[in-house]
Design a protein around this ligand. Structure first.
Ligand code: NDP
Length: 259
């Protein structure tokens, strides 16, 4: 971990939960990135208060507006990051923003399924397309050909709830649209790993654990993992990723999750 050096990183859904935890811990690394881009829907609003406080202490933190279901804001965000980074490129894109609704097989609707799929699956697809030129630049500017997060990576925040083999926590909640959206995100990750390998971009789907956030704690039980523990684990995993992990589905402790 001590050697983990990343020049630049962008996290979506960075104003609370796991996204905020990622931003905090990246900023706190012994060798923090030169630039941390924290993307959220309303950078100046109350919901981004913690990010604003962090930005007042960390000049390398840039808060950028982003609604992941809106292609226009994605383009503006990519242009903003490009402006800041110039020819250096972006090392890591973390597609973290996501939503879940407690719907079941009986009450899923077209609107609900569409909204969740658009946010959790199409959002990461569009973000990755928009930031690919910047990721490619970072990969080209980095020595050697081996894939790593220090070179260029797309990290898709998935969930074991989307694992077809595990169907994690089925008795706790069916969340059908959420499960389908994450299963599709997993396939997207595999496709990206195959399509982007030649550009030097590593692609991984990560399960952060069952974490104490608004989403994780929305049911009757308290999730076992704190944001700090989850993020600490994921940073360790990110620091160790190499060639052989691209296109895999891992959890916050580095264990392989079955598709
Ligand atoms: P939270 O509900 O705590 O936070 C979700 C974040 O995503 C918020 O910052 C929210 O912004 C943002 N977001 C949601 N929709 C959009 C959108 N359309 N555009 C931009 N930002 C958006 O969730 P977690 O932190 O728990 O989850 C983070 C990721 O981890 C998700 O992808 C989730 O599926 C995954 N995950 C979480 C688990 C857990 O136990 N917590 C378990 C497995 C996976 P805003 O404040 O504006 O709503």
């Amino acid at each position: 971990m001590g050697e983990f050096r990343v020049r630049s990183i962008l996290v979506t859904g960075a104003n609370r939960g796991i996204g905020l935890g990622l931003v905090q811990q990246f900023l706190g690394l012994p060798n923090p990135p030169e630039w941390v881009f924290a993307a959220c829907r309303d950078p100046k609003g109350q919901r981004a208060q913690e990010l604003q406080n962090l930005a007042s202490r960390h000049p390398n933190l840039v808060i950028i507006p982003l609604e992941v279901t809106n292609p226009a804001t994605i383009k503006v965000a990519a242009a903003r990051v490009q402006e800041q980074l110039g020819d250096l490129g972006l090392n890591i894109l973390i597609n973290n923003a996501g939503i879940a609704k407690p719907n079941s097989l009986d009450n899923e609707t077209l609107e609900n399924m569409t909204q969740i799929y658009t946010t959790n699956t199409i959002g990461p697809l569009l973000l990755s397309q928009a930031f690919l030129p910047l990721l490619k630049k970072a990969a080209q500017g980095s020595p050697g050909s081996a894939l790593s997060c220090s070179k260029a990576a797309i990290i898709n925040m998935s969930s074991s709830a989307g694992s077809i083999e595990e169907v994690y926590l089925w008795d706790y909640g069916q969340v059908v649209s959420y499960r389908c959206s994450k299963a599709a995100l997993n396939m997207l990750t595999k496709c990206q790993s195959l399509g982007y390998r030649e550009y030097g971009v590593l692609c991984v789907a990560l399960h952060p654990g069952w974490v104490q956030t608004d989403m994780g704690g929305s049911g009757s039980q308290k999730p076992p993992v704190t944001v700090d523990e989850s993020v600490q684990g994921m940073l360790k995993v990110l620091s160790s990723l190499s060639e052989k992990e691209t296109g895999t589905f891992l959890d916050w402790e580095g264990k392989v999750v079955p598709w």
